[in-house]
Design a protein around this ligand. Structure first.
Ligand code: GLC
Ligand code: GLC
Length: 651
């Protein structure tokens, strides 16, 4: 849009551009800057307009974007233009992701590159390599306490290794996802070190207070993220003799985004990794970006403005790059990270679907789908050009973040229902064979979350110990059922490394004093490549799970109804153990797939009459895309075996 004030500022900025920038060919950059500048200006002004140095900061922002554009390789620039033309490219069903720790999975980046064929064999083509930037050993929070935003931690290798990995992935049409940990830095980051030495410029990069007055006001309304291991949200820094805001661990200092210098620094970091080949940047802990006294300091409006501004700036320099919002927040809040006020995604194109994840776990524990159905009904519609990341497990804990109102509508009392789930997954009940552990237990509120690997949480670890074939079989079926759901729901399924071969809990973290306080390490395994070999031996658990996922991924790729164009309708089966929804190919609406999952240990049935509403007529031949067989029928009902799912099409 053309608007005088912003346009005249843009003219000033361009006139004053540093000669080394002016001399370059920035054709595409200028067109995009012109197109986005009104929006960039408006957001930057809303956030920082009250400062005397506003124009100077705006100049720096544009120069930062221009410099990174100059550094962007021709290959990536070409990719940007291709993706501009095919702007819905990431909504396709062709993508399936996997998240992994570079060291846990492969050791280092070089070895990771040599594992590309493993990904291709399984069919995954979007790899989230969890944080690889420099972190202090021991105080790393698994890579989320960064001490140098532009350096690869020597444990993983060098920048050259990463560039080679990115190149290899590009060659094989595999997307690379990298993290930018933008809410905080390690206390050993240069900025924090300088702040500690008394440098006021850098103290202003963080939230630093001389006494408890303001921190106490904040604490009145701020929840605790790690109540058991890092209580409170502020840490006293000896030497600096001040309090600093540390929402996560005491060694993770929260960045102060009310300072535009911080915004520009981090924008530069995002573009830096985009230029090193990240197709997708995962923005960590985005709900926390803005702090306000009297609030929970999560999901604040300004946090959204910051993300919109980041997206606008990224679109000018590296428009092919997508953002993932890691916002593990209430269902009504999470959809806002796609960009609430805009028609198209104006913040992050992709967001973790933590709601679906936790609801699936509820169905596993209760063996019914009452809350799952209710919770999905309340999941807000997405914008166009936005998609979910659907996952079962990740490197973090499972939070039971459902809506209390939904829990009640499903017929439970919220506090006791959450208690039940924690007891179930930590194996308190005799009939539960789950082997999870509590995480983040809050003695004041009684809240807790759950750690544990997928296989151990569904009982595979216990079943293998007992050597009970029936229990082993059931646990494997649950693993496959859950994947059958995330692969077809709509969005990008994100597998977690090790789950594809049924990796159980890793208890060695208890002996490591740097990890023992944090149960999340039990599900951050060192990938066992010998165990992985068993995927090639028939009838092993590894083989059954790996082959099932491989097949699902391949069927998914050939099923356009699984692409994500808000083309899902939830279906009420009338049976509390079944979860069903219909997916429609948005280009051929007669092309439909009915997904049905049975979360119960007994066979369940669904009246066929019900299916007619979806255009499945009695004379149709029903066909399960996944097994390639006809689904079981009895009289007029479809029979769904225990822990089984169908992807049904009519022929
Ligand atoms: C994100 C990460 C988590 C980390 C936290 C703080 O939630 O996923 O692992 O502890 O941010 O950086
Ligand atoms: C992030 C997530 C939260 C998680 C925490 C630690 O803050 O929002 O759900 O528990 O990281 O893993």
């Amino acid at each position: 849009m053309y608007e005088q004030v912003s346009h005249s500022l843009l003219n000033n900025i361009l006139t004053k551009l540093n000669p080394d920038i002016k001399s370059k060919d920035l054709r595409h950059f200028y067109t995009r800057l012109g197109a986005n500048f009104y929006s960039i200006y408006s957001l930057f002004h809303l956030l920082y307009g009250n400062r005397d140095d506003f124009e100077e900061q705006a100049q720096r922002l544009v120069e930062t974007m221009a410099r990174q554009y100059i550094l962007r390789s021709d290959k990536l620039k070409k990719k940007d233009i291709e993706r501009e033309k095919d702007h819905n490219w990431f909504l396709s069903q062709k993508w399936t992701g996997m998240a992994l720790y570079c060291d846990g999975f492969a050791g280092d980046l070089k070895t990771l590159r040599s594992k590309t064929s493993y990904f291709q064999n399984l069919g995954v083509n979007m790899i989230h390599v969890m944080p690889i930037m420099e972190c202090p050993d021991g105080h790393s929070d698994g890579g989320y306490a960064v001490s140098d935003f532009r350096k690869i931690d020597s444990r993983f290798g060098s920048m050259e290794d990463l560039d080679k990995l990115a190149k290899e992935f590009r060659k094989r049409d595999i997307l690379l996802t990298l993290d930018v940990v933008l809410n905080h830095t390690s206390n050993e980051h240069e900025w924090a070190q300088k702040a500690r030495q008394g440098d006021e410029k850098y103290q202003d990069y963080y939230y630093v207070f001389p006494n408890r007055e303001i921190p106490d006001m904040f604490e009145e309304t701020m929840p605790e993220t790690f109540p058991d291991t890092a209580p409170g949200n502020f840490t006293w820094i000896e030497g600096m003799d001040k309090w600093v805001m540390t929402v996560f661990k005491e060694y993770q200092w929260d960045l102060n985004y009310s300072n535009p210098a911080v915004f520009i620094e981090i924008m530069d970091v995002i573009l830096f990794w985009s230029n090193h080949g990240a197709d997708i940047v995962r923005l960590d802990a985005v709900a926390f970006l803005w702090k306000k006294i009297g609030s929970t300091c999560q999901n604040e409006r300004e946090a959204h403005l910051i993300l919109q501004l980041m997206k606008d700036c990224c679109q000018v320099t590296a428009p092919g790059v997508l953002f993932i919002a890691e916002a593990i927040v209430a269902p009504v809040e999470v959809a806002k990270y796609f960009g609430e006020d805009a028609i198209n995604a104006k913040e992050c194109e992709i967001a973790y679907n933590a709601t679906f994840m936790s609801l699936l776990w509820d169905a596993v524990a209760t063996k019914n789908t009452k809350l799952l159905n209710q919770g999905i009904k309340s999941l807000p519609d997405k914008l166009e050009r936005a998609t979910w990341l659907n996952y079962i497990r990740c490197h973090d804990d499972i939070g039971l973040g459902f809506d209390d109102a939904d829990i009640r509508l499903a017929g439970y009392e919220p506090v006791s229902h959450r208690r039940f789930l924690i007891d179930y997954f930590t194996g308190v009940f005799d009939e539960s064979s789950a082997r999870g552990m509590p995480f983040g237990h809050n003695a004041k509120t009684g809240d807790a979350r759950i750690s544990g690997s997928l296989a151990s949480l569904v009982g595979l670890e216990v079943a293998l110990e007992k050597g009970d074939p029936k229990e082993i079989d059931e646990a494997i079926k649950v693993i496959i059922l859950l994947h059958g759901m995330i692969m077809s729901f709509g969005g990008i399924p994100l597998l977690y490394y090790g789950d594809e071969i049924g990796t159980t809990n890793d208890y060695r973290y208890i002996e490591d004093e740097r990890k023992s306080g944090d149960t999340r390490w039990m599900h951050r395994p060192t990938f066992d490549w010998e165990k992985a070999e068993l995927r090639n031996r028939q009838h092993t658990a590894e083989n059954r799970i790996f082959m099932a996922l491989k097949k699902m991924i391949s069927v998914r790729k050939d099923t356009p109804a699984f692409s994500d164009f808000n083309n899902r309708e939830l279906y009420d089966t009338g049976n509390p153990h079944l979860f069903a929804f219909c997916r429609t190919n948005h280009q051929h609406i007669s092309d439909k797939v009915l997904v049905i999952g049975n979360f119960d240990a007994h066979p369940q049935h669904m009246e066929f009459d019900n299916l007619q509403a979806f255009g499945f007529m009695p004379h149709h031949q029903l066909y399960d895309l996944y097994s390639g067989e006809k689904p079981a029928m009895f009289k007029n009902a479809l029979v769904v075996p225990p822990y089984h799912f169908y992807w049904i099409q009519a022929r």
